[in-house]
Ligand binder design. Sequence first.
Ligand code: ZN
Length: 253
Amino acid sequence: MMRGRGFWHFNKNGIYSVKSAYHVLSEDHLISFGQLGGLNWKKLWLVPVPPKVKNLVRRALHNIIPTVANLQTRKVYIGGGCLKCSAFEDADHGFLTCPCAYDCWESFGFGEVDQFASLSSFVAFILALSDKQPIARSFMILWGLWVKRNQLVWQGKSCTGQDVVDMALSCLADWEASQSCYQQYVSPVSRMSIVDHWFPPPMSFYKCNIDAGIFELEKKFSYAAVVRDSSGNFQATFSGFQDGVVLPKLAEA
Ligand SMILES: [Zn+2]
């Protein structure tokens, strides 16, 4: 990696990138699937958090995140251990047993996380909860711990456990609000009931069906049309997206 005099051997240009680090770790088959078989992966992918959060949890469980332990396995030296407490830093440490992680979980209301033998057993415990909200929030905390850990590594920024909780839950609230807005405003001008009762045009004629969408917040509108022949075969289509606030009928026109 190129921090001062360093050189990252796994990129042609010698410059470190997170992408190359993941590639190196994956390539070296550091993934250990054995203990992950009992996890409810289907439920994991349904946790209502941003995809990047689930992806981080997945990578952490598969031990393909660039912790100090994993990088040292590849003979990449980025310091002696955890930057917060100097202990050996693997995923279990970073997310659970580091005093800073423990402090964070305690601030969140999950005391005694160190009773879990590993990150995988902790995630299995979380996924077994019946309520979606604490599952989603816990995933956000895991993601927040990794984000704040990276800020310390690369920018020298330190923070408290409460800072991690505040940041993670704030991001979750923003994401939930964006999902709510999406559901509210991306509503079609007219439902395609026509699809359920579509009749073909007479022989030698074509039928053109039109629909439009209004995006009030963004002050934009979209439109689309499909042309079919008397046999119902698709013939042509067009669509567009424009700035402006218009009435639904005008958008369809
Ligand atoms: Zn630590």
